[in-house]
Design a binder for this molecule. Structure first.
Ligand code: ADP
Ligand code: MG
Length: 687
């Protein structure tokens, strides 16, 4: 838990404060002084009475009550200092810069734990250890170079890595991005990224707090906490973007089902961030571009006007926007003609709107006004304007700033001439603006934001399944794959349609199957998990002789206990599945069967529980979605029936979380009916 003593300390002591600013204890002291901290600053250093002109106590016992202690001493001395200050000097906030704790050794981990215990017992808060510190507009408690002074209008940033935090700030500051609270959580001994987000959510005040939160996450230790508070903050009007580096620790377990194999170690992270409404980024530049876009309003629709005096970037931007699902719609009609008449000959207004290298500030103003007032099919504008090399562009950027202030529709500035127009860009940034130097980075960032769904409302879908029956089957089952009978019982109790089936264990039983299932039929070995791989699936069986032949053959297959019979069906092959993913809960996957998953890896992932909107989004987000809709005379399948199956799976898992893997592969879909022809379910009750 964070507290006021950390965020707004009346007094700070630097334990290990030093004259040498090439050491953390010297640098953090200098930063706090340079940052203009207005409270009481002191140092504990046994060798001096003054350090960098700040009062230093040789003996810790001589210091009075202090809100915040920043420790820059060897790990082995930290516990005693924390004990003394927490218990005797009412110190309620600690930042431990020192390394040598759980990241280094077993003993370090024990020491770290003891420190946390003391701080917890005394109701304090801890940032670190092994971090670069914390900074906000009140004080700069970091030992790295001060890149800029945090301001109240800046974004909040929580980083799992100290060095990366600095590099991310270095990527953002030239874009005009400003920071407010910057946390480097180090070993996250008491406060990790999730805990800080929780604090921000629980104490959120829309009139005071930053509405943009950036995260750099190395490992998601508390997925539930992250999901809950990111969702809540987003609903309160915040926008969150995150880089999650590396793959999740939960994902490395071996999986025997198809769904299990598909869900990579990163799937859970992807699903979680999506569900929370967090815009996922994969590089520093991408993160700070998204953050810079967050500083402006977002378009209300997907239609963008690209306004430029240079053709190339406009084309590249148009490509990036289109690829991400946004439109650069044609602009035409009498209003367009009227605008064109006011521009230099050779200009074009059909979108991209190109007003040539000689285009003026006044013309830019006319174009922006027309987009705002006349062109109804435009939701936002991107202005690409560099230096044409002929004249200074101060007037253009001033006008751009004016128009951005009064514009009804958002305007995003792409200013590519970072060398030849650097003075003009500097002047533009001084007006508290962010800008973009690269149109494609901007275009990708904007589409990433627009394609991240808003977190869904928590409403319970009224999906009824027979929970008593499900509970009974699970209770009576053994760990591992359920038998075909148990699988059928679970599907029936969940009202998930499945194909008609018959089972034969003897030749006699096999030969009377045609009385209940018409030819052509399908025979499948019972026992092996992957039946086709062992020659255990025979399609289009037409005669009793074939039944006899394949029955004898299948009974010889290793692990075979009997043979399953089904009618031969046709339709579009779909799949749906579930995979348990440690602390993340259960993932739900869906897609088309066959080559679409095998080769094209075209599938969608959600985090259970899902609601109707998410289920629909999962299906419509498939690249092969057109096949579900029906294409070129090929009938599709009723999407609502598929949605319903996903919702039933989600409901099933809420009742039976012991299901660790479930595969409906394939489901065969024919217009308004979809039914499972192959299903496996694995349970693990110790979980
Ligand atoms: P496995 O996945 O264990 O190899 P399946 O039961 O999924 O076995 O069968 C393999 C493939 O055979 C399916 O992907 C599907 O293409 C086809 N298939 C299975 N059952 C039927 C059926 N009843 N009607 C038509 N095709 C089927
Ligand atoms: Mg199968």
């Amino acid at each position: 838990m964070l507290n006021d003593q950390l965020l707004n300390p009346k007094s700070i002591v630097i334990v290990g404060g030093s004259e040498d600013i090439s050491k953390p204890g010297g640098k953090v002291l200098k930063n706090i002084k340079d940052g203009g901290y207005s409270g009481l600053l002191s140092v504990i250093n046994p060798k001096a009475d003054k350090v960098q002109n700040v009062k230093s106590y040789r003996n810790i016992e001589d210091i009075g009550d202090t809100d915040l202690a920043i420790l820059a001493i060897a790990a082995k001395y930290c516990l005693a200092v924390v004990e003394f200050l927490a218990r005797n000097r009412n110190t309620k906030a600690f930042i431990i810069l020192s390394a040598g704790f759980s990241e280094e050794s077993e003993e370090g981990a024990i020491l770290e734990k003891e420190i946390v215990n003391v701080i917890n017992e005394t109701g304090g808060c801890l940032i670190g250890p092994n971090c670069i510190g914390f900074l906000n507009p009140k004080y700069s408690g970091v030992f790295t170079s001060l890149l800029h002074k945090p301001v109240n209008e800046g974004v909040d940033f929580i980083s799992g890595s100290g060095a990366t935090a600095v590099y991310i700030m270095e990527s953002g500051i030239p874009k005009g991005l400003k920071f407010r609270n910057v946390f480097s959580v180090g070993n996250s001994a008491q406060n990790g990224v999730e805990d800080i987000l929780k604090y921000m959510d629980e104490n959120f005040d829309a009139t005071r707090d930053s509405k943009v939160k950036l995260l750099y996450i190395e490992s998601i230790r508390k997925p539930e906490m992250l999901l809950r508070h990111a969702t809540s903050l987003t609903r309160k009007g915040c926008r969150i973007a995150a880089i999650k580096a590396g793959s999740s620790e939960a994902g490395s377990r071996a999986a025997s089902s198809h769904t299990g194999a598909l869900a990579s170690s990163d799937s859970a992270v992807e699903a979680l961030l999506k569900k929370a409404g967090i815009v996922r980024c994969h590089s520093r530049e991408e993160l700070t571009t998204v953050a810079s876009i967050f500083m402006y309003e977002l378009p209300e629709g997907k239609n963008i006007a690209v306004i430029t005096h240079a053709g190339g970037p406009a084309v590249m931007l148009t490509d990036a926007l289109s690829e991400g699902g946004l439109n650069v719609p044609q602009i035409q009609g009498s209003d367009a003609d009227a605008l064109l008449a006011k521009l230099y000959p050779g200009s074009s207004v059909s979108n991209p709107i190109d007003f040539l290298a000689t285009g003026t500030a006044e013309q830019l103003g006319l174009i922006i006004d027309a987009c705002n007032n006349e062109f109804q099919n435009i939701d936002a504008m991107v202005v690409i304007f560099g230096s044409p090399g002929l004249f200074k562009v101060f007037d253009v950027y001033d006008l751009l700033d004016q128009k951005m202030k009064s514009s009804i529709k958002p305007i995003y500035p792409i200013l590519p001439s970072i060398i030849s127009a650097n003075e003009e860009i500097e002047a533009f940034l001084k007006k508290d603006r962010t800008y973009f130097s690269d149109e494609v980075l901007f275009g990708n960032g904007l589409t990433r934001i627009m394609n991240t769904p808003f977190p869904v409302e928590d409403f319970n879908e009224s999906i009824k399944i027979d929970s008593v029956k499900v509970g009974e089957v699970i209770r009576n089952s053994k760990n591992g794959f359920l038998s075909p009978v148990e699988v059928s019982e679970i599907l029936d109790a969940s009202f998930i349609p499945r194909i008609k089936e018959g089972v034969a264990n003897t030749i006699e039983e096999a030969l009377i199957i045609p009385e209940i299932i018409d030819f052509p039929l399908v025979m499948k070995v019972i026992g092996p998990v992957h039946k086709s791989d062992v020659g255990g699936v025979e399609l289009n069986v037409m005669t009793k002789e074939e039944i006899l032949f394949h029955f004898e053959r299948m009974m010889q297959i290793d692990g075979s206990t009997g043979v399953l019979f089904q009618p031969m069906a046709s339709g579009l092959e779909l799949f749906a599945g579930i995979k348990e993913e440690g602390d993340f809960g259960h993932l739900i996957l869906c897609g088309l069967g066959g080559i679409f998953i095998e080769v094209l890896k075209d599938f969608s992932i959600g985090l259970v529980p899902i609601n109707k909107k998410e289920a629909k989004g999962m299906i419509s987000g498939l690249r092969s979605y057109k096949l579900i809709e029906g294409v070129r005379g090929q009938p599709g399948v009723d999407e609502n029936v598929f949605v319903n199956i996903l919702l039933r799976l989600s409901a099933l898992i809420q009742i039976a979380p012991e299901i660790v893997e479930l595969d409906l592969n394939p489901l065969l879909g024919a217009e308004d009916k979809i039914f499972a022809v192959d299903a496996r379910i694995r349970v693990e009750k110790s979980n």
